[in-house]
Write a protein that binds this ligand. Sequence first.
Ligand code: PBG
Ligand code: ZN
Length: 318
Amino acid sequence: MYRFRRLRRDVRIRSMMQETRLHPKDFIYPVFVIEGENIKNPVASMPGIYQYSIDRLEEILEQIKEAGIGGIMLFGIPRHKDPQGSQAYAADGITQRAVRYIKENYPEIYIVVDICLCEYTSHGHCGMVHGEEILNDETLPYLVKMAVSLAEAGADMAAPSDMMDGRVAAIREGLDQAGFTQMPIMAYSAKFASAYYGPFRDAAHSAPGFGDRKSYQMDFANGQEAIREIGADIEEGADIVMVKPALAYLDVLKQAALTFKVPLAVYNVSGEYAMVKAAAANGWIDEKRIVMENLTAMKRAGAQIIITYHALDAVKWL
Ligand code: PBG
Ligand code: ZN
């Protein structure tokens, strides 16, 4: 009989045997920036998460700096929306201004920008629309413009989340031509059409005005196709690939880790966060233990980067 319990006898030996350890640099924390002044709006379905105007950003940026986490993922919420999402690539758009502000005042913070049009379009879809159809190739130049304009503002990394085919190659080419050959791309490669994004769409004002995102985001029934999506993004030049959401998709994450030897990210999304916070608020679960268990599972499954709303709490609990 093998006695596994010999190595579990007390905390000293257990901690030496621990295979997976979380570190502040594993985490990227999403930040919502809204147009206006003196705003710190709580997001009802995401306790602890707020929309900040630029003049209030320092409140959260100080905490991020203090926590020493890997970086932030920036989401802008513009005042003006139109069918082309023109504020997504305006030189003085909300996200561009936020990037410039952070770069200037918090140069130590690594800024990842989400590249997608849904927060900026009046119809709330991630691309150009014709009737009820979401157009693919017509959308690509707008995504390129957005990435280049945020690179010009000083963003460190571009993370396309739109799920249009060919966008990684288009953005890579656009960034290179504009002189940003050193800017990495983290592709939301296997992004599933998921009910887990519900709270985010309240936070980012990005719910689609008609229909759903199933013609571009993936069917959650498909694991094989996820591997093909990830492979295509790597071929197109993605530096980091992502699986999203996290918990219901750890099999996909693990399969990706086994198949591709490239850096992998996972997005622990808004609905996953909301479920934990709601159960914890009711006293039904131990929030700290549940969060650490969830985040450790994501790393154990193969994620090198974990994008999570729990990041600031998790660092305190390490
Ligand atoms: C924009 C985007 C979404 C999320 C990240 N980028 C929403 C969506 O696709 O509807 C979801 C993040 C979350 O739920 O935490 N395309
Ligand atoms: Zn989108």
